[in-house]
Design a protein around this ligand. Structure first.
Ligand code: SF4
Ligand code: SF4
Length: 89
């Protein structure tokens, strides 16, 4: 994963704003499961106008293997893509 970057993609037309992804995220301040010093990057996800929005990409480097939000999404609106770093330059 060191040579790749996790990218969270949300189709806001498909998202129904249930918040499951946010509730499952270790960076959610309400269920924090990451070191306190990482919480300066929180939240990663939040609801904006009734649909989910990616606030930060910090989990790409801090928790590169986490896919909890994608697994929790009931609609398939949230997907995680893994992009080689050399395609992002
Ligand atoms: S991949 Fe994990 S850390 Fe990143 S937003 Fe989703 S649940 Fe949170
Ligand atoms: S879990 Fe999926 S449908 Fe629910 S708020 Fe998150 S992205 Fe939207």
């Amino acid at each position: 994963m060191d040579d790749a970057r996790k990218i969270i993609k949300i189709d806001r037309e498909v998202c129904w704003g249930c918040g499951n992804c946010i509730n499952s995220c270790p960076f959610n301040p309400e269920n924090s499961r990451v070191p306190l010093m990482w919480m300066k990057h929180a939240p990663i996800l939040r609801l904006v106008n009734g649909a989910c929005y990616v606030v930060s990409n910090a989990c790409s480097s801090l928790l590169p293997n986490c896919r909890a939000c994608e697994k929790a999404c009931p609609t398939g609106a949230l997907r995680i893509l893994i992009a080689p770093l050399d395609t992002l330059k």
